[in-house]
Design a protein around this ligand. Structure first.
Ligand code: GDP
Length: 486
């Protein structure tokens, strides 16, 4: 079983953030809900005077011989090419929805007339005999909802930038998001038909953001398009295929099937249905699935046209009926041995979730109107420490943010204005100044002139290379916000 940080901390009698910081000291960046490796857990357990005793399910029964001989699922020899999974990001009104509609209507898998009418979270199109899977909810909110649960479904992000408007705040936010998620970025310079369209200016802005266009000698694929008139949509799809080829996207279609929920709903007369993108293995009708506290005997699967499909190889989106409940998007589902096993596993998961909820202090549950009103008043009177967090690597920033969120107290709340990787820049100071925040740096240096600028604006910088010292300083800063009598 996975050793999840939160649960492991409880076993050790520590607070999760204490464990997170201990892990960071070891160079391991894990957040609350992530699992850590057995060897690391063993090391930590021993340091605290425990011995790690992990029982794998079925330890008491000898493994069947056949299974022992089976090749590893991730053996490179078993890997096969799979279609890319693509999302569309960008600033509001830059044409994300129009682009997705244009792609959906003009390029549905051959032989399908009438396009796709129903929005089920994802669809597939075909270009030059190759498939591409699109997430059909544009914007990074949907994408981050999936990511929040730790799943990474997307391989490529199409960043839509309107040629008449250029990069805007949400474009930059989306760009940052895509980079954090480690997905490849292709830029679609949309509205090439519009009055005032300036493609070169967008390319210039790409260059400024370390997204040097390929035709300017860089490596970022980009093309002008018009989602309105349908211009260059084929070119864009070909760039996606090119990027997919470069990324060598592969999966083992014969592995035990596993997928991620992209959307779920309760449909009248159908009960709970969920759209799953298969990540490895091949999902088949008759399989039994477990997804957290829910399970499903797959009686039927449908594609985006509502047509039944019998099997779904990696990267294929399918809508599945027959769930015991509604799984949340971003959750991973796996195939179990049979329906009985799936049900048992789901029940086990439900118990674990219940136990976890019970262990948490009941603050948000069952709030009456009066309660929430009081809470709102309380909220206004409590102080807030706003922070801009900079760290040396992505993992450390996430882990640090998690740690800091964990130390917020009833009286002082912590609000993370921005997080980023790399040196503390003058921009960070300006941002902190305008949002009345302080800047927190873990294991990073400062750009020239940062100290002077911070002094000028009265922005506080808390900077350490040792995590617990950093956290202590932040705790101090939080307590300083309280009224003097405290
Ligand atoms: P979203 O908010 O990013 O999803 O943007 P929409 O797809 O809703 O488009 C916003 C507006 O821009 C709509 O009025 C579209 O008709 C228009 N639009 C989208 N693509 C193009 C294009 O290629 N050219 C022009 N001229 N207008 C476009």
């Amino acid at each position: 079983p996975p050793i999840v940080v939160r649960d492991f901390a409880i076993l050790l009698g520590k607070k999760p953030f204490q464990l997170i910081s201990e892990l960071m000291e070891m160079g391991i960046f894990a957040s609350m809900n992530q699992a850590i490796e057995e060897a690391n857990a063993k090391q930590i357990a021993e340091r605290h005077g425990f011995t790690l005793d992990i029982r794998h399910r079925g330890d008491d029964k000898p493994e069947p011989k056949k299974k022992a001989k089976a090749p590893r699922e991730d053996d490179p020899a078993l890997m096969e090419e799979r279609p890319p999974v693509v999302c569309v990001l960008g600033h509001v009104d830059h044409g994300k929805t129009s682009l997705l509609d244009q792609i959906r209507n003009a390029h549905v898998v051959s032989g399908e007339a009438g396009g796709i009418t129903q929005h089920v979270g994802a669809y597939q199109v075909e270009r030059k005999g190759k498939k591409i899977t699109f997430l059909d909810t544009p914007g990074h909110a949907a994408f981050s909802k999936i990511r929040e649960r730790g799943a990474n479904v997307t391989d490529i992000a199409i960043l839509v930038v309107a040629a008449d408007d250029g990069f805007m705040p949400q474009t930059d936010e989306a760009l940052k998001f895509a980079r954090n998620a480690n997905v490849e970025i292709i830029v679609a310079i949309n509205k090439m038909d519009a009055k005032g369209a300036n493609i070169d200016r967008v390319k210039q802005q790409m260059q400024e953001r370390d997204l040097m266009p390929e035709d300017w000698g860089g490596t970022t694929l980009c093309t002008p398009v018009s989602a309105l008139e349908g211009t260059n949509i084929n070119e864009l799809l070909e760039l996606v295929l090119l990027q997919a080829e470069v990324s060598e996207l592969k999966a083992n279609p014969k592995a035990v099937a596993e997928g991620v929920i992209v959307e779920s709903q309760v449909e009248q007369g159908r009960g709970p249905t969920a759209t799953v993108i298969v990540q490895k293995g091949t999902l088949k009708v008759g399989d039994a699935l477990v997804c957290g506290p829910h399970y499903c005997k797959v009686r039927a699967m449908m594609d985006e046209h509502g047509k039944p499909v019998k099997s779904a190889p990696p990267s294929t989106p399918v809508r599945i009926m027959g769930w015991s409940g509604t799984p949340v998007s971003g959750a991973v589902c796996t195939v179990a041995k049979n329906e009985k096993a799936a049900k048992a596993e789901a029940e086990e998961n439900a118990q674990a979730l219940k136990a976890r909820a019970a262990a948490k202090p009941a603050v948000t549950t069952g709030a009456t109107d009066l309660d929430s009103l009081l809470a709102a008043i309380d909220d206004q009177s409590s102080k807030v420490l706003r922070v801009v967090i900079k760290g040396d690597v992505n993992g450390s920033v996430e882990a640090l943010a998690d740690c800091l969120r964990a130390i917020e107290s009833e009286k002082v709340k912590l609000e993370i204005v921005e997080t980023g990787v790399g040196v503390i820049t003058k921009n960070d100071i300006t941002l902190a100044d305008s949002s009345e925040a302080c800047v927190i740096g873990f294991n990073v240096k400062q750009e020239n002139g940062v100290t002077a600028l911070a002094k000028h604006h009265g922005v506080r910088i808390i900077q350490h290379n040792i995590i617990y010292e950093l956290i202590t300083s932040v705790e101090e800063a939080m307590s300083e916000l309280l009224d003097p009598e405290y």
